[in-house]
Design a protein around this ligand. Structure first.
Ligand code: SF4
Length: 81
């Protein structure tokens, strides 16, 4: 997994979103593409929370991707018990 240097976050938050989208969409299979699309759709680097936390907070229940949107790992642990 490619880590995003902290300097880059500080220098250009828009770049962070672009890097995440590029990284996720380049993964084989559809999951990375879904992750990239959700990041493209909702992630605002200037708002509170990580990109996964912002996607978790998505309220677009009518979106076809809602049920398969990526969630933070802490969410899954909580659901698994
Ligand atoms: S599930 Fe939410 S964040 Fe993902 S594409 Fe749909 S509206 Fe956007």
């Amino acid at each position: 997994m490619e880590l995003i240097p902290r300097d880059e976050v500080a220098l250009g938050r828009a770049t962070l979103q672009e890097r995440i989208i590029k990284r996720e969409s380049s993964k084989p299979g559809y999951k990375g593409k879904v992750r990239a699309f959700c990041c493209h759709c909702i992630f605002d680097p200037y708002q509170r929370g990580t990109w996964l936390q912002q996607i978790e907070a998505c309220t677009s229940l009518d979106c076809p991707l809602y049920s398969v949107r990526p969630l933070p790992s802490t969410y899954r642990k909580g659901c698994d018990g």
